[in-house]
Design a protein around this ligand. Structure first.
Ligand code: DC
Length: 214
């Protein structure tokens, strides 16, 4: 079983991916972490994530241990990820890792692993077009910015609502307008707008779609 979940930032992909992986006993790969790790490796080395050559070098040198760095969740990492991810050679360098994870999902000591859930921007369209279920999870930019703002405040971080919304729209535009593997739903994806749904309702709708299409 292979579940592909795509969509813009803060639409609820991560929470849904985790719940589906737990429910079906599947391995989980948050592919955004790969791009975040590449971006932060450039930034930490004093480089510029807008420089394609530096981004390509970092992507080719990426090691599994880089995915556990503790600064990958900060906004600077999201921003750097969004920039390096527009470079075709960066995407190509990360493709093998994602495909082999999907083909041979690693067990985590939780018993038999029966497949994988991958979440990102191009899983249903490019990485795993053969996925058994494809979900495109979205929500309005205003709702996603509000969720992100509340999350930042909860973590005790200073955040300005207007700034969070502007950053969200900027990242949406960059991810959707790039030439290679832009953010877009696969033709056979189930479109799930989470603007007016809570996490339980999102999970129930996704489960319903997956079970009906098994
Ligand atoms: O899902 P995320 O917010 O962690 O992703 C960070 C950035 O990485 C996102 O703005 C675009 C890029 N990304 C991508 O291009 N393709 C993916 N499959 C996952 C993420």
């Amino acid at each position: 079983m292979l579940i592909a979940i795509d969509g813009p930032a803060a639409a609820g992909k991560g929470t849904l991916a985790r719940r589906l992986a737990d429910h079906f006993g599947l391995a989980l790969l948050d592919t955004g972490l790969l791009y975040r790790a590449v971006g932060m490796n450039v930034v930490r080395g004093g480089g510029d994530p807008n420089d394609a050559a530096q981004a390509i070098e970092a992507a080719r040198a990426l090691k599994p241990a880089d995915l556990t760095a503790d600064d990958l969740r900060v906004d600077a990492a999201a921003d750097a990820a969004s920039r390096v991810s527009a470079v075709p050679e960066v995407r190509a360098a990360l493709l093998d890792f994602q495909r082999s994870f999907a083909a041979n999902p690693p067990g985590g000591g939780h018993g038999d692993v029966k497949g994988a859930v991958l979440d990102g921007r191009d899983i249903g369209t490019v990485v795993c077009p053969e996925a058994s279920a494809k979900l495109f999870v979205t929500a309005s930019a205003e709702v996603r910015a509000e969720r992100r703002y509340l999350e930042l405040r909860e973590r005790g971080l200073d955040a300005i609502h207007g700034r969070v919304l502007a950053d969200m729209k900027e990242r949406d535009a960059r991810d959707s307008e790039r030439a290679v593997s832009p953010l877009e739903p696969a033709k056979d994806a189930f479109l799930l707008d989470t603007s007016d749904l809570d996490a339980d309702q999102v999970f129930a709708a996704a489960l319903n779609f997956i079970n009906e299409n098994k």
